[in-house]
Design a protein around this ligand. Structure first.
Ligand code: PHE
Length: 339
């Protein structure tokens, strides 16, 4: 039996010398030390030994078991650390490599300027409101003193959904909605998209943005209009900026004007931006027509007001020196990332 035990020890030692994976190692452990293993088989025969021999053989058997067990443990530790080393080698991270740049987006130029305009008006006590882009004919035209046969409709021909519903051609319907919803004193601006059936070119688009403004209170005069819009121009384009109010006609204001600012690129001398004029037009404005006040439920005998409509695209184009409006809609990142 001693010989048998010695044999087992040698065989186990040889097998452990060749083992190369944890699975193989486990198979060896089962083969030698398991319940049905070789060592157990030998120990079962111990009953046939003489009382003198039994403790001696028992001790040898224990030694063999301990030896195999500790070799299996050593081998397992070795295999595990080798596997870890291999994994570390494969998965190395070179922390000295330059990082991958993560591009951060930013606001669109239209939003940048709109936010500025909002801030300027909020500073003057205006509330910011909004109105529907799909609008009733009544608010877009009728209530603004533009009846069905009025020629002003032709220049703003739009996308009709039904005879009475259309995509709004201007933000002015927000004037009526604001008067219906609020009581004077009233100071609001209403920015948003407007639609006209215009073909796309460098200065036209069927979709663009306006910012409507409306002030109604007792004793509002043309000088309030001028002061407010002059402040806007100076805050937007710098304190040197001059404004010019030219007589004009809008059905919903009386008197009406168009407002120019001195070209902020050349300071009024004349350049390519202002087409040599020294001035650029940025908005239409006027004193709210008494009929329009009435349509908004406000007594024109007691109250007066002024209104204006800014074209956001124009403001942005002058501000950043763009000569083609289409760039604002094409979403070319080479253009957009410059702001
Ligand atoms: N709604 C006018 C336009 O689109 C602009 C405007 C607004 C004029 C308010 C006067 C008062 O041209």
């Amino acid at each position: 039996m001693r010989q048998q035990l010695e044999e087992i020890r040698k065989n186990a030692e040889a097998a452990l010398g060749e083992v190369s994976s944890l699975e193989e190692l486990d198979a060896i452990r089962v083969k030698y030390l398991g319940k049905k293993g070789e060592l157990t088989a030998v120990l079962k025969q111990m009953g046939g030994l003489s009382p003198e021999e039994r403790p001696v053989v028992g001790q040898i058997a224990n030694e063999v078991r301990e030896y195999i067990q500790s070799e299996v443990d050593n081998k397992a530790a070795q295999l595990k650390s080798a596997a870890m080393d291999a994994q570390l080698l494969n998965e190395t991270i070179d922390v000295t490599l330059p990082g991958e740049e993560c591009e951060v987006g930013h606001r669109h130029p239209l939003s940048i300027v709109l936010d500025e305009v909002k801030e300027i008006f909020q500073g003057m006590g205006f509330d910011i409101i909004s109105g529907p882009e799909v609008e009733l004919d009544y608010y877009n035209f009728e209530a603004l003193n533009i009846p069905k046969d009025h020629p002003a409709r032709d220049t703003q021909d739009t996308f009709y959904i039904t005879d009475n519903i259309l995509l709004r051609t201007q933000t002015s319907p927000c004037q009526i909605r604001a008067m219906e919803e609020r009581k004077p004193p009233l100071r609001v601006i209403s920015p948003g998209r407007v639609y006209r059936s215009d073909a796309v070119d460098a200065t036209h688009s069927p979709l663009f943005h306006q910012i409507e403004g409306l002030v109604v209170d007792e004793g509002i005069t043309m000088s309030d209009l001028k002061g407010t819009l002059d402040t806007l121009a100076k805050k937007l384009y710098g304190p040197e900026t001059k404004t010019r109010f030219r007589p004009h006609h809008f059905p919903f204001t009386e008197p009406s004007c168009e407002v120019d600012v001195s070209c902020f690129k050349c300071g009024g001398v004349g350049c390519s931006m202002c087409k040599g004029e020294g001035w650029v037009e940025i908005l239409g404005a006027g004193m709210v027509h008494p009929k329009v006040l009435k349509n908004g439920g406000i007594d024109p005998e007691k109250y007066s007001g002024f209104a204006f409509g800014l074209g956001l695209e124009r403001l942005v184009m002058f501000r950043f020196g763009l000569d083609d409006m289409r760039m604002l809609y094409e979403n070319d990142v080479r253009f957009l990332e410059q702001f």
